[in-house]
Design a protein around this ligand. Structure first.
Ligand SMILES: [Zn+2]
Length: 73
């Protein structure tokens, strides 16, 4: 599990300068930005907050996201 304290401070790196970039936890495996729809995987309890990674999943529907997310290269 990712700690609630960490989740509370995380924001979408692509949006945070312009908007709140609030993230919603999805099935304990993904963080979904409410502003741009980028989806950041949580791999081995570490949220991967890279814009490039979020970009990969922006067009993937929530219910098509792999659970657990694929491991990072
Ligand atoms: Zn965003």
């Amino acid at each position: 599990m990712v700690s609630q304290d960490l989740l509370d401070i995380l924001r979408c790196p692509a949006c945070v300068r312009e908007t709140e970039g609030l993230l919603v936890l999805f099935k304990d495996s993904w963080l979904i930005c409410q502003d741009c729809g980028r989806k950041y995987p949580i791999v081995e309890d570490i949220p991967v907050m890279l814009i490039d990674e979020g970009d990969k999943w922006v067009k993937t529907a929530e219910n098509e996201l792999p659970i657990p997310p694929p491991p990072m290269d």
